[in-house]
Design a binder for this molecule. Structure first.
Ligand SMILES: [Zn+2]
Length: 216
């Protein structure tokens, strides 16, 4: 996970508020709300950081049919169908990737254990912002979403596909470093790059000189 600040746009909240009156939830599945979410989250799922193919607009805090939460711009996040279906309303509170004070990247260390035939992710909480419960819940959610821990078989398969894609990304990163392609290394840790948070942790652990501090 990486820090993804959301645009402060009062006009969007006005649009959401007018839809709230009639409970028209299709409002956040179309422009301009949808486009702003795509821009703010770089077209990536905020949890797994894969480029979202099966897109869900998800409520960060479960709305439980409370309209104020359902139509709150600050509560609308961009996620993939896999992560959204794993999360449901079961994990709360969580670290907020749109809030700088939650330090999401530093708080959740993710490494790929490539000694396994099917790679697994080692997810380590570092509750540096003092939000221990949020950090613990976020790690548990990612364990389920990315490692398939305690998940149903179909979700385990989704998690496995994700980890294979992450493994390929780390292989590409390693190749770029070996070949001296530092433009690519920089691109791979940019906010818009898939799995940028995991790439940054890999660099911090193995090639700290190549980690761009301004994106950490
Ligand atoms: Zn996802």
């Amino acid at each position: 996970m990486i820090f993804s600040p959301k645009t402060k746009n009062a006009d969007l909240q006005v649009i959401l508020d007018s839809a709230k009156v009639r409970d028209r939830e299709d409002v956040y599945r179309k422009d301009p709300v949808l486009q702003q979410l795509i821009d703010d989250f770089h077209g990536k799922c905020y949890l797994c950081e894969d480029e979202a193919v099966g897109i869900n607009i998800e409520h960060f805090e479960p709305h439980k049919d409370v309209k104020e939460k359902k139509y709150d711009w600050n509560n609308l996040f961009y996620s993939c169908g896999h992560c959204n279906n794993v999360k449901l309303a079961q994990f709360w509170p969580l670290l907020n990737c749109t809030s700088a004070e939650d330090h999401v990247w530093e708080s959740v260390e993710i490494a790929l254990d490539q000694s396994e035939f099917v790679p697994v992710l080692i997810i380590t909480p570092h509750p540096i912002s003092g939000k221990e419960l949020e950090c613990q819940n976020t790690c548990q959610l990612l364990e389920k979403s990315l490692n398939g821990k305690d998940a149903k078989p179909i979700k385990k398969q989704g998690a496995k596909v994700l980890r294979m894609r992450i493994q390929r990304t780390i292989v590409d990163l390693t190749k770029a470093i070996i070949c001296g392609d530092f433009v690519k290394v920089e691109e791979m840790q940019s906010n818009s790059a898939p799995f940028a948070g995991i790439v940054r942790w890999c660099l911090k652990t193995n090639w700290p000189d190549l980690l761009k501090q301004q994106v950490a």
